[in-house]
Write a protein that binds this ligand. Structure first.
Ligand code: SF4
Length: 308
């Protein structure tokens, strides 16, 4: 039965499809977006995958369904396109835990350290960093950096996870993602009791004691690959619940359960079909990065890309 809500969604999807043609736009959506938003996207993926997919696009407009630092990364890598963010207030509290002033203070304390910045940082902070990394390649980047001392920003949990895979001296900034840090070891143990046969996959932004209980700590793109290639049938997933949509879609014969019902990023959920449609109609929420910052931030990203 078509409900009023379904009917409205149908009209919004049709309108977005029409606007895409009129604006010569592409829509990209992060793996944490609502299922209906992921379903209207031309590409879905993690933040860096999406930014890279846009490189060389002939589209005049990139509609980025995610949070601000991701749209900024797309703008850094694609200066010829106009990047629109799908909701004006979709930010990342983790990225906002460090700014240029704080980073400069830390650099002053550790003058010999090389700064490795998680991609979850603002363009200004990337511009002030030596290398970028993602949750998928943090270990490779840190091991390849020509320095024995690393100042890792801003996520302490990802930094701790990387520190267990390297001999380098890691100085960890104290940031964290509230959505991922919220889950406790107790919740993981309870979920494992409920599904004892399940493989437990968690994101490296989770706390160390949670990662210790998991079978693997993986980025969202790595989780998708792992689930596809695995012979296991049941999985407990320790990251934002949006990832359950592509996991289930790509593996209809397998079962995926969230490790906790609280795995919801409020900022990722600000984007709806309606906000995407309104953003495109008004061509608003344009994300720009000043050229001087863009060039320096791109250098940190390019250095990462040269490694992995
Ligand atoms: Fe930021 Fe965490 Fe939300 Fe990702 S899940 S956008 S790191 S707050």
């Amino acid at each position: 039965m078509i409900t009023q809500k379904n009917f409205a969604a149908l009209l919004q999807k049709e309108r977005v499809a029409k606007l895409k043609g009129e604006l010569n736009a592409i829509i990209v959506a992060h793996n944490y977006q609502r299922p209906e938003v992921q379903d209207i996207a031309d590409f879905t993926g993690d933040s860096l995958e999406l930014a890279r997919m846009c490189v060389g696009t002939k589209a005049e407009i990139i509609v980025f369904c995610g949070v601000r630092f991701m749209a900024e990364t797309a703008a850094i890598l694609n200066p010829a396109s106009t990047v629109l963010l799908s909701h004006p207030d979709a930010g990342c509290p983790l990225a906002d835990m460090i700014n240029v002033e704080k980073l400069r203070q830390w650099k002053g304390r550790y003058p010999k350290a090389t700064v490795v910045a998680y991609v979850n940082t603002t363009a200004e902070v990337k511009a002030e960093s030596d290398f970028c990394c993602t949750s998928a390649n943090g270990v490779e980047v840190v091991n390849a950096v020509p320095s024995e001392e690393i100042l890792f920003i801003p996520d302490q949990n990802l930094g701790h996870y990387v520190s267990t895979k390297t001999d380098k001296k890691m100085i960890l900034y104290f940031g964290f993602c509230d959505t991922h840090a919220r889950i406790t070891a107790k919740e993981v143990k309870l979920a494992k009791q409920r599904y004892p046969q399940a493989k437990v996959l968690v994101h490296p932004e989770c706390r160390p004691e949670v990662i210790n209980l998991a079978d693997a700590a993986l980025s969202t793109s790595q989780m998708l690959r792992y689930a596809k290639q695995s012979n296991d049938k049941t999985f407990l997933i320790g990251t934002e619940e949006g990832i359950l949509h592509p996991l289930r879609k790509q593996n209809p014969e397998k079962e995926f359960h969230p490790l906790s019902d609280s795995f919801i990023c409020p900022d990722m959920k600000k984007t709806t079909l309606e906000t995407v449609m309104e953003t495109m109609e008004a061509r608003r929420n344009v994300v720009t990065v000043p050229e001087e910052i863009r060039i320096r931030a791109k250098q940190a990203i390019d250095r990462m890309l040269a490694i992995v």
